[in-house]
Design a protein around this ligand. Structure first.
Ligand code: ZN
Length: 392
């Protein structure tokens, strides 16, 4: 699977339409969540969560939606509430299999989102041959997109090729709106990789060092943005966004501050996402086998000195991206054992020696080979023995 996410360029009318759709989804989700909990009070009714949600959906469609006070719901696409129920089902399934907490009510504060999709169907008109519709929306290359049930919308960045998808999720982070959709991998031509095997050393100083000599840096902007964020948070350390229990209402300034803060966080996250996405795509394009260290991310975050750098460079996220891009680029991601001494081994003669974290250059004590620490490590990852490597 391969996903595309683009920022939408919306005018005020479109923004309120998106807010309306998100509000509809929130309403339906919370409605379903309340009713399913209420249904547990009736003893003697034995049914799975999924069956209960189906029954609630029936009540919603044939009764709640028909009430005059809910006439506004007819303004929105029916797939919005259908997918709200699907979301609810998934949330309960995750909770039942201990993958997530108990489903929480959706709130405006946590951001907006909703999903629309195209349904397959047949169009009949007297005296004319029946027309069958596919469930896929064709998206033309360019800066426009037409979502099912919504009109044409503008994008900030163009889509580079013609493609198709069924389901579209619109979401808001701070004051930016995005649309995301998934393409099927088999619809994309296979790619020839110029390099057979590459070792990628993920680092603290440099984001990634590859065994073909290429380096990827984290842009300096994240650092400046982080400093700004730190200052903002320190200056406003006593600001409180109201308190429901004490019935203190949030001040206008506090609200303004929290909107700004969310914007800052989103900006940093965006820069990071952008850099890591480009890096993982680039490497997935050029190499067939990608070897990275199987890092104990939990252990490194516990080490306070490394913590910021680790979460900053988001090793785990990079690994996730490499793995999900396998299907799209036809790559193979391999993890090298955590205890394999990739930075302590000489990439030329194999001699193992101690290295301090501060040593930036590897100087071999046996063959006098001298190489940048990260480059040496990436070569060792590429050439790691088979028994130290497992498929991700
Ligand atoms: Zn050596």
């Amino acid at each position: 699977m391969f996903a595309i996410k683009r920022e939408l360029k919306l005018n005020n009318i479109e923004i309120s339409l998106m807010r309306g759709n998100a509000g509809f989804k929130r309403f339906v989700y919370n409605y379903g969540l309340e009713l399913i909990q209420a249904s547990w009070d009736f003893e003697g009714v034995k049914a799975s969560d999924s069956k209960r949600i189906d029954a609630i959906k029936k009540v919603f469609t044939s009764w709640t939606m028909q009430k005059p006070e809910y006439a506004w719901m007819k303004l929105y696409s029916s797939t919005v509430y259908q997918s709200a129920f699907i979301d609810l089902k998934n949330a309960f399934a995750r909770w039942r299999s201990c993958l997530g907490g108990f489903p929480k009510k959706k709130s405006k504060k946590k951001g907006d989102s909703f999903t629309v999709y195209k349904t397959a169907g047949i169009y009949l008109e007297k005296g004319k041959p029946a027309l069958a519709f596919t469930n896929r929306v064709v998206i033309q290359a360019g800066k426009q997109i037409t979502l099912p049930g919504l009109k044409q919308l503008r994008l900030k960045e163009r889509i580079k090729f013609i493609c198709s998808s069924q389901t579209f999720t619109v979401s808001r982070t701070a004051d930016k709106w995005f649309v995301a959709f998934v393409l099927d991998a088999e619809k994309i031509p296979p790619i020839i990789h110029p390099i057979e095997k590459i070792g990628v050393d993920l680092g603290i100083k440099v984001l990634a060092t590859c065994s073909d000599g290429f380096k990827y840096d984290m842009p300096v902007t994240t650092k400046t943005a982080k400093t700004k964020l730190g200052k903002l948070q320190w200056h406003s350390r006593n600001k409180v966004l109201g308190n429901k229990k004490l019935k203190i209402r949030a001040s206008k300034n506090a609200r303004k501050y929290y909107t700004r803060l969310a914007g800052h966080h989103a900006r940093i996250a965006n820069i990071r996402q952008d850099t890591t996405q480009k890096m993982t795509t680039d490497i997935s394009r050029k190499a067939y086998i990608i070897r990275i260290e199987d890092l104990n991310v939990q252990g490194m975050i516990a080490n306070h000195k490394l913590a910021n750098a680790v979460s900053n460079n988001c090793f785990y996220e990079i690994r996730r991206q490499f793995i999900y891009k396998q299907a799209h680029y036809g790559t193979k991601v391999e993890l090298v054992d955590r205890w394999y001494p990739s930075s302590k081994t000489c990439s030329k003669c194999g001699y193992v020696q101690d290295m301090n974290l501060s040593d930036r250059v590897f100087n071999c004590k046996r063959c006098t080979h001298s190489q940048d620490r990260d480059e040496n490590a990436s070569t060792n990852l590429e050439n790691a023995p088979k028994e130290k490597v497992r498929l991700a």
